[in-house]
Design a protein around this ligand. Structure first.
Ligand code: TYD
Length: 224
């Protein structure tokens, strides 16, 4: 496909949205076409499933049923937002994607990895991220940041944020295992540093792995 598909993953409070926004701006300055989207969500139906999932309504059904709902949202998101954008040459920056299901529902929900592999194969139909940034930081640092953000916005914890510290430590390990299993796609970024430094690390990784994105797009010549 003509556009590049880049996903951002990590635990709570890793700073994904800040970094996605910074990367979007840098790419736009180079005249690259880019959209930002998120999971669960990113299309009208998927946003409805998001409210249901993050409201905790599927929790009692168990992690496999939750994984199916995340997958259902992902199918609509791919069909209506991601694939059309990639086909028209627009790069897609996505806040969470299939690795979140593998980490949160798969590893932490003890779902057989073979089942997650199959679910991913059926859901993604061959569409895989060209690059995945895994924003890595100690769970307690991320939880403290997420707590401050919620206090600022006057929000309560969602279904996953309210899990215990041991859950978030295991989550960090799950993401590191995903990166280890797929080093060609995944770049682990140290997110326990100032936003400018994280941004620089992301840009350096992008230059190395998808150099075509970090150059100014050639503008068509003006026809006299
Ligand atoms: P969100 O508010 O977008 O959180 P964050 O800022 O941490 O990305 O909520 C998304 C939550 O849904 C987050 O806790 C991770 C969880 N999630 C899953 O458990 N499985 C999935 O497949 C996805 C996409 C998200």
């Amino acid at each position: 496909m003509a556009g590049c598909f880049i996903t951002f993953e990590g635990g709570e409070g890793a700073g994904k949205s800040t970094q996605i926004d910074r990367l979007r701006r840098r790419l736009e300055q180079l005249d690259q076409q880019v959209i930002v989207t998120r999971e669960p969500g990113g299309s009208p139906y998927a946003e409805e499933i998001r409210s249901f999932l993050l409201g905790g309504h599927a929790k009692s059904l168990g992690p496999f049923a939750e994984a199916l709902l995340f997958a259902a949202a992902r199918i609509d998101h791919l069909d209506t937002t991601i694939v059309p954008a990639l086909r028209r040459g627009t790069h897609v920056l996505c806040d969470r994607f299939a690795d979140s299901t593998r980490a949160y529902q798969g590893s932490l929900g003890n779902i057989d990895p073979a089942l997650i592999d199959n679910l991913e194969r059926i859901t993604l139909k061959g569409v895989r991220p060209d690059l995945t940034f895994i924003l890595d930081l100690p769970a307690e640092v991320g939880l403290a940041r997420a707590g401050e953000r919620r206090a600022r916005k006057g929000e309560g914890a969602d279904r996953f944020e309210e899990e215990h510290a041991s859950f978030h430590n295991a989550l960090r390990q799950a993401y590191l295992s995903i990166a280890q299993a797929d080093p060609g796609r995944c770049a682990v970024i140290n997110a326990d540093q100032a936003p400018d430094e994280v941004e620089a690390a992301i840009w350096a990784a992008l230059r190395e792995r998808l150099p075509q994105l970090t150059q100014t797009m050639a503008r068509p010549l003006d026809v006299a």
